[in-house]
Design a protein around this ligand. Sequence first.
Ligand code: 5GP
Ligand code: MN
Length: 339
Amino acid sequence: MNSDHLNESFEQLKQVIDSKKRFIISSHINPDGDSIGSEIAFYNLLKNLGKDVLVINSSMTPDNCLFLEGANEILEYPQLRADEIEFIKKTDVLVLLDVSEYKRVGLPSKILEPKSLFTVCIDHHILSHPSMNLSIIKEDACATGEIIFKFMKYAGCKITMNIAEAIYVSILTDTGSFQYSNTTAESHLIAAELLSMGINHSYIYEKYYCNQPMKKAKLFISVISTLQTECDGKIAWMKMTKDMLALTDTRTEDSEGIINFAMNIKGVRVILFFKELTDERIKVSLRSRKKFNVRNVAASFGGGGHNNASGILLKGILDEVIQKILKRVEEELKKQECS
Ligand code: 5GP
Ligand code: MN
């Protein structure tokens, strides 16, 4: 999306916000720092304009996001009250953040698909067939929070301290603390602007990253003990079983961050993390360094994401899925090395 097109979309979004009253905001299953940060920023933006807003996700807000002001207002779908269900029926606009595919939202179709609903998505994932009424997809944005920041500037919205903190969390977490290849001058410029507004970056870092329970450290130990490499150390992979979660009394979300350990190994180009979920499905996180494109691999198994960070959710038996995906990555590595 070039800047003219982006401004056109921002103008349309501004008109939608000005003309509508009731909004639902949602994001993807197992929300991360960018989803929650974006939701809180957008929630406050709408609230400050006097709108009626609910934020509804299909999964719980991670504990390390709860320090953000407004995080406690985020609802988890299965636990909605009767008046909240009533609100859904009368909603004018659904805003999806950090996701642009309905199946990744994980909410029932009665929320997502009423014909009367105006649907908006704001995202930085590549999508070939957007199906919303208004799709604002900026693939080169480091985080969805970056696009929201730009929209707020465009629309002249006041960036209050809770919005600034939420946007900082979006950018901080989706750039891996400003280290991944999606980090740009723009990411740093926005961060600088947020700092000059008065956010406390070390407080935010501490709250998000340095508040891990001991049981999470135990889960890390179990998972990292499965680390193996293939292809002369170019592929590193790890697995997490349901037993590991049960033994350490943790949940899948507690595995966030483990993959980074394997990314730091010298010579590794592709990192795969296979997670056995409680419902017979397997979640695969893929990461790569430099040019190797994991999104293509993920897409061939029905997943998606970015060139250097993607994910797949599929049914299957853990060890069979591992073999199948490893084989595909090995083939792809050989192909790319020969080209
Ligand atoms: P993570 O491994 O951290 O869950 O996800 C890495 C990236 O891949 C994120 O940008 C995320 O949005 C995307 N992603 C993760 N899982 C899926 C999936 O099942 N389908 C698609 N299309 N994208 C995914
Ligand atoms: Mn994101």
